[in-house]
Ligand binder design. Sequence first.
Ligand SMILES: [Zn+2]
Length: 127
Amino acid sequence: MKTIEIKCDGCGADITSTGNCFDYRLALVVETRAVQGPSVTAMAVSLPLDHDHHLCGINCLDQWRDRKRHEAKLWSDWNQQWKEEHATKDPSGRILAWQSPPREILDARRPEFEAAALAAFPMKVTK
Ligand SMILES: [Zn+2]
């Protein structure tokens, strides 16, 4: 048996179904844009989201976005620190080049930043 449960990405509420009252949920999904023209290239195109997101409504969308922005700031700060520590610099200290962190290091950091963002913007019902 396959059971699908849908939880709000903002507050964590179970929004799979409703009781005896008609209700809605918000879905943030990636759609493919229509192609116009005789040919298509798909070089360096990445999805704007890793997966679909479901939310109770606009308040939970704001809460989820605040959490994601916080996480992005943590990544940005950490990347800047990585550059400072691993860059090739000229005598004045100006960064000339650097190598991106290996995938294993990024994967190891991800849970830490997700947890910090969740602690800063915890799942809570805002309705
Ligand atoms: Zn919610």
